[in-house]
Design a protein around this ligand. Structure first.
Ligand code: PGA
Length: 258
């Protein structure tokens, strides 16, 4: 299990880069920047979710970070052509897995499938980063109720003692790649709703162990504001983690503050 100290900065490479050599070059450059950083960073200062084929290649290079998977297919060991199990990912060196990212949800993932994936991921010992977020907001605040109901539906059957290996990412779909990004204040109210749902599911003590991240669009310039005013313990980055300088600078500004 990963021993977590906030802020947790998690990158998500999505379907990039195309080449193994580009992936290894990125990690080598990132490691070099971290080693010579003027801002003091902890021994492990980043998480990076990568295409699963790169996981065993990158794990030995990522001395200051944790390498993980961007999703898990949710199948158990057996006759399932084309599926990789959570245990196989863990055996290949993955330390964590993102689950229910909005780009996976939009391919038709159901709440039942999400719940199964979370359970398998946790049972395989992977720290599980489960994403929740509304597609749009309404003035009456119904989206907050939907958010809470999704959290309860997806995590309702998870054993309470496994909550300590759970991370939740708030990912407002309307804010991803949008011309006007979400503000730290908008993040804050949704994070409260998520924490309320976690507490009602598992009780305050277990809920407090769950780190909540912000996963809408964040840049190296907005990272510190979300961490200081958004009520979150970390960030889930997309594009900001796909270029080495921007990932490094976002890590540094998250640790240094505004
Ligand atoms: P972005 O992606 O940072 O590139 O907007 C965020 C996400 O997909 O969670």
């Amino acid at each position: 299990m990963i021993k977590r100290t906030p802020p947790l900065i998690i990158g998500n490479w999505k379907a990039t880069p195309n080449l193994k050599d580009e992936a290894t070059k990125f990690i080598k450059q990132l490691e070099k920047k971290i080693t010579s950083s003027k801002v003091k960073l902890p021994k492990k200062c980043y998480y990076l979710a990568v295409p699963e084929i790169f996981i065993p290649i990158l794990v030995p290079l990522a001395k200051h970070g944790y390498i993980g998977s961007e999703t898990i297919p949710g199948y158990k060991e057996g006759q399932e052509t084309g599926a990789t199990t959570a245990r196989q990912l863990a055996s290949g060196g993955a330390m964590f897995s993102i689950i229910a990212h909005s780009e996976v949800r939009r391919r038709g993932e159901t709440e039942e499938e999400r719940a199964k994936k979370v359970e398998q991921s946790l049972l395989a010992g992977l720290t599980s980063v489960v994403c929740f977020g509304e597609k749009a907001r309404d003035k009456e605040g119904k989206y907050l109720e939907e958010l809470e109901s999704d959290v309860k539906g997806t995590l309702g059957n998870i054993k309470r003692e496994l909550f300590s290996n759970l991370i939740v990412a708030y990912e407002p779909v309307w804010a991803i790649g949008a011309a006007v990004p979400a503000t730290a204040g908008e993040c804050f109210e949704a994070v409260i709703a998520i924490r309320r749902a976690l507490a009602s599911l598992a009780g305050i003590d277990h809920a407090k162990k769950v780190h909540v991240l912000y996963g809408g669009t964040v840049t190296r310039d907005s990272a510190a504001a979300f961490l200081e005013e958004g009520g979150v313990n970390g960030l889930l980055l997309g594009r900001a983690s796909q270029e080495v300088t921007s990932f490094f600078e976002t890590i540094v500004s998250s640790y240094r503050g505004k």
